[in-house]
Design a protein. Structure first.
Length: 582
């Protein structure tokens, strides 16, 4: 053990020696003293410390994958810090240089656009990236201030960049940060590019050998934001109603200013911000997890809506963005719901937006991921539009040929792929508001339209079993258990087919996941059901995505159909919890 601690201390001191950040250098010094040995011991001698925390920090390196980098802030190679970001930027630059003509050629150096949110260290990570790209002979351009991720994705396409970097951890806890990479065209990276970039990162030597000039990059002006705002308004239909009253929360993220300005320019009444959450705050003081899907995250928004309604009249919508504003959550008034507001699921909003775009005569391919509601497939077929299904994530959805609209159940919607080839919580919010205003003029609501869709296409009820773990090996064990002992039935419905998605197919690349298709129950009106199991790509969670489709004869049969769907979903959740053993 003494030898192991000695080695850890030596590695920690070597890392500390080249760390450019005084904060993480000091953090590491304290860890060495507390966990490994006194600084006076010398590099080869350690005291009787346990090395537990040092071992966690130096157990490997934070892995670069199709989500880029994401992890907890702190010192060491297993945390997000300036040293890790500089290495990632150097590896990305080397990869780009290998794909491009020599700088100074006919087309000149390739442009890399860099955006950042308001989390701790985001600006420093963005500036380091700009410095590394400049030092590698590429052109670098920083967005003018902390801005939503969709603005970065838009800028990559708008400016013809060869790549984009967004420094954000999206909806992760306050202690996290991340590094998301887009390639030319504005789509996030997918295999094999992620592995090729990771290999270049692994090949980066000492940080002293990475050129990092103090200047030479560009800071973009507000014109890029102006162009994005102009593009968001272009997705709306001129002359349609705009009378819809909205409460908005940015959940302490960077979405508030951009969304309010987009609504103002589009002619909607300005949304009423939740004052406690409108200003960016990297500590996210009012929420445990800054994710609209998490319990309690919307409480202040609903309280604001109730207070506003009591003082000055009804509120029609509550809209929430996650901290980097690429996701959009929607809630509607509902007297039967606790607190008077009902959160619509991502699947609900995905179907509503698909229907709205069909009515606006949108043409092109509609797409969803394998974990999202299949209702949009029926909406697309009824409109004689092509439909495709992809793996989870907009890195896959954005690559669908002829894409016109894509959504994912985790509150992500791509409604203008020519402008933003990624999920965009600002533009999606505008379209939701346009649809709500149109329905309001006809004395109808978003929930009325959802009822119509259930009668026309069947009630598509979805749910999720999501288990957060401390020990990631539990997730691997659960997946292995399901592969070796697959269920024969779930919720009393026979499993008619079982797919191991790690094997891939003609339609889907390999991924760590399982998919079960279940028989229906004609007596209960159940047409079919589906379960998809996969580890989360961004959090330490095992997720089971559930769907049941129930035939609906007419509006009067909706209550019974919902009761049947709830029963089946509860059974699926209970049986999957038992089958996974997590």
């Amino acid at each position: 053990m003494q030898h192991d601690v000695t080695e850890l201390v030596a590695r920690a001191r070597a890392w500390q020696a080249e760390d450019p950040d005084p904060e993480t250098r000091e953090e590491l010094a304290k860890l060495i003293e507390a966990d490994g040995g006194s600084p006076a011991d010398g590099p080869a001698v350690a005291s009787a410390g346990t090395g537990t925390e040092l071992a966690a920090r130096f157990a490997g390196t934070l892995q670069f994958g199709t989500a880029g980098l994401r992890g907890e802030l702190g010192a060491g190679p297993m945390r997000m810090n300036r040293s890790v970001v500089i290495r990632a930027a150097a590896g990305l630059a080397a990869y780009l240089r290998g794909q491009l003509p020599e700088p100074g050629g006919q087309e000149g150096p390739g442009l890399v656009v860099i955006g950042y949110d308001a989390r701790h260290k985001s600006h420093e990570f963005a500036r380091d990236t700009a410095s590394v790209m400049t030092g590698a002979g590429l052109r670098a351009a920083l967005l003018p201030r902390p801005l939503p991720t969709p603005v970065l994705a838009f800028a990559v396409r708008r400016l013809g960049a060869v790549a984009g970097v967004m420094v954000t951890a999206s909806h992760n806890p306050p202690r996290d940060n991340g590094y998301k990479v887009y390639l030319g065209g504005g789509s996030q990276i997918v295999p094999p590019d992620d592995a090729a970039i990771a290999a270049r990162i692994d090949a980066v030597g000492p940080l002293a050998g990475v050129p990092r000039p103090e200047s030479g990059w560009e800071v973009l002006g507000e014109d890029v934001v102006e162009s994005y705002l102009a593009r968001t308004g272009a997705v709306l239909t001129e002359g349609m109603p705009r009378d819809v009253r909205t409460v908005h929360t940015a959940l302490h993220g960077v979405g508030s200013g951009t969304l309010l300005e987009a609504f103002r320019r589009a002619g909607f009444p300005e949304p009423l911000p939740v004052p406690e959450q409108a200003t960016p705050d990297p500590d996210f003081p009012t929420v445990s997890f800054p994710n609209p899907e998490e319990p309690g995250a919307m409480d202040l928004a609903f309280a604001t809506a109730r207070a506003t309604a009591a003082e000055s009249g009804p509120v029609d919508l509550v809209i929430a963005n996650d901290p980097d504003a690429d996701r959009c959550a929607v809630a509607v008034p509902d007297r039967a719901a606790e607190g008077g507001w009902r959160m619509l699921s991502g699947d609900d909003v995905g179907a509503l937006l698909a229907t709205h775009l069909v009515h606006k005569r949108a043409r092109g391919t509609f797409a969803t991921s394998i974990v999202s509601s299949s209702l949009v497939s029926r909406i697309a077929r009824a409109a004689d539009l092509p439909y495709e299904e992809t793996l989870t994530g907009f890195k896959w959805l954005a690559r669908v040929d002829g894409l016109r609209y894509a959504f994912e159940e985790a509150l992500g919607y791509c409604v203008d792929p020519e402008g933003v080839r990624d999920k965009d919580g600002i533009t999606a919010a505008l379209l939701v508001a346009e649809l709500a205003a149109e329905l309001k003029q006809a004395d109808r609501s978003l929930t009325d339209l959802l009822d119509d869709l259930a009668v026309e296409h069947g009630l598509h009820a979805t749910g999720q079993l999501s288990v957060r773990v401390e020990d990631l090996s539990l997730i691997a064990s659960a997946m292995e258990r399901l592969r070796t002992s697959p269920p024969a039935s779930l919720a009393g419905l026979a499993v008619v087919s079982s797919e191991d998605l790690s094997e891939g197919s003609d339609l889907l690349p390999p991924t760590d996941g399982l998919r079960y298709h279940l028989a229906g129950d004609p007596g209960a009106g159940v047409e079919k059901a589906r379960v998809v199991v996969r580890p989360s790509g961004t959090e330490p969670k095992l997720k089971c995505y559930l769907e049941v489709v129930v035939a609906v004869r007419d509006q009067a049969a909706l209550a019974a159909a919902r009761a049947s769907a709830r029963s089946v979903l509860a059974g699926l959740k209970a049986d999957m919890a038992a089958a996974t053993g997590v």
